[in-house]
Design a protein around this ligand. Sequence first.
Ligand code: CP
Ligand code: NVA
Length: 297
Amino acid sequence: MIMQHFLTLKDLSQRELETIVKRAIKLKQEPQQAMRAESKTLGLIFSKVSTRTRVAFEVAMNQLGGSAVFLAANDAQTGRGEPVADTARVISSMVDLIAVRTHAHSQLEEFASHSRVPVINALSDDFHPCQLLADVQTFIEVRGSIRDAHVAWIGDGNNMCQSYINAAAAFGFSLSIACPLGYEPNRQLLQDNSHCVRLVDNPAHAARGADLVATDVWASMGSEAEALQRKQHFGGFQVTQDLMAEAAADALFMHCLPAHRGEEVTADVIESTSSVVWQEAENRLHSQKALIEFLLS
Ligand code: CP
Ligand code: NVA
């Protein structure tokens, strides 16, 4: 049997992704309907810090009747050089599911290839698929459907942006991306998805008529040393009320959080009625619970 991992949105079919999002919406309304996962354990192996992803996974397992074991990579033998493959073999012999937050996406792939149980990408340098389940859930809850919507991505062509590209293909929306020169997403990924994704030359162009404007920090985890330089390069790439005025009148604003007010987004936008960031954050719980159900069954 082929092991079903969730390293990027592309690991699941369009239908499976839609089923998970639909289930997340249902579980939010009727949490008592969730599967029982007594005696099931989720391992969390994180090489980067986390608030939302970790809490959502731990609470989800708790509510399902199972448990979660959290391992900060640096507190484990992996921090002293135990090979990824050995760690994967050992931990997957004891738990039922593993969520990994790491740097290089290739490390996650290596981990998954040696795991006996499904592996979830809890964020890598290249992708953050769990966040997209919550973002799509949030858009559907507020607007009914995301199919044929127009989404604008403003800022870094990072793990979030690249997951938005995969989501555009999977969920059938169009995506306009505005990034500073040199911070574009992976060229091959753009090419492969050119039917629904386009790179444009400035934020106003991307935001024009958009149903959703999304952004993320200018310096992701692992890029802290570039923060000052990035601040200079990302100057014109802030989501402001003026930029939101380019979007559709009822456009939503999303941010995976944590946010840096005054950098990628102004405080008035994140606190505005267009902003659904708190609902988006809460939906991490419901969508990750639906994902756990899917991978365990
Ligand atoms: N959005 C997100 O993944 O948040 P954390 O880094 O707090 O998990
Ligand atoms: N792009 C950000 C997302 C944080 C949830 C990072 O990787 O740090």
